[in-house]
Design a protein around this ligand. Structure first.
Ligand SMILES: N[C@@H](CCC(=O)N[C@@H](CS)C(=O)NCC(=O)O)C(=O)O
Length: 202
């Protein structure tokens, strides 16, 4: 099994951590989204893609993780496969992934536009949305060990990946101060083998 994309991408990284958490071996093909080979796996030119052993290719972290969850089965799935508990985890995951999307959009605003054309109000809006999402997760977590269902779920993996990514990309947000509960969850998960085996490049 091959996971296409670098761990700098939070979408690739949450997929890698999930594969690790399920104990599924894979090879990480570290190419960036601007590599023409990415177009071969996803015509939209985005990572991650997961190439299964039989050659079938899955794209989009949500779709890939959904496949992994179904393979894991109802007992082990990090997202319940149906019902209210599933909706609770998916809602929380959507906030974490949304914070990543907004931060990536802010990075693209600065990377692809000439400096003089960067629209500061738009940039501030994107970063404000990312911060707002993380603060909501911080509030939801409170002093609990886990975000949902009293156990580790995909919500915790995605939230920790989001926290670590946004914190690295936007240190000026000082998330350790504004999201102390999330910082605690992130630090705890960073010590697990699943996270250690998919490190965020420094
Ligand atoms: N919804 C997608 C988002 C994937 C995504 O936006 N990946 C970024 C890397 S962080 C990418 O490949 N961007 C290249 C581009 O959009 O040109 C997922 O969850 O996999």
């Amino acid at each position: 099994m091959k996971l296409i994309g670098r761990y700098l991408s939070p979408f690739v990284r949450r997929t890698a951590v999930t594969l690790n958490a399920y104990g599924i071996p894979f090879e990480n093909v570290q190419i960036g989204s601007d590599d023409p080979k990415v177009m071969e796996t996803n015509p939209v030119g985005r990572v991650p893609a997961l190439v299964l052993d039989d050659g079938e290719t899955l794209i989009d972290s949500n779709a890939i993780i959904d496949h992994l969850d179904h393979e894991a089965g109802p007992e082990k799935s990090l997202t319940p496969l149906s019902g209210k508990e599933r909706r609770e985890v998916l809602r929380t995951v959507a906030i974490a992934v949304g914070a990543c999307e907004k931060t990536v959009a802010a990075a693209y605003e600065q990377r692809f536009r000439p400096k003089e054309l960067v629209h500061r109000p738009w940039l501030d809006r994107l970063l404000g949305q990312a911060e707002s999402g993380l603060k909501a997760l911080d509030k939801q977590l409170g002093s609990n060990d886990w975000l949902c269902l009293g156990r580790m779920t995909q919500a915790d993996i995605s939230a920790a990946v989001a926290f670590q990514f946004v914190n690295m990309a936007r240190p000026k947000l000082e998330l350790e101060k504004s999201c102390p509960n999330l910082a605690r969850l992130s630090a705890k998960l960073a010590e697990t083998e699943a996270f250690k085996a998919a490190p965020l490049p420094s």
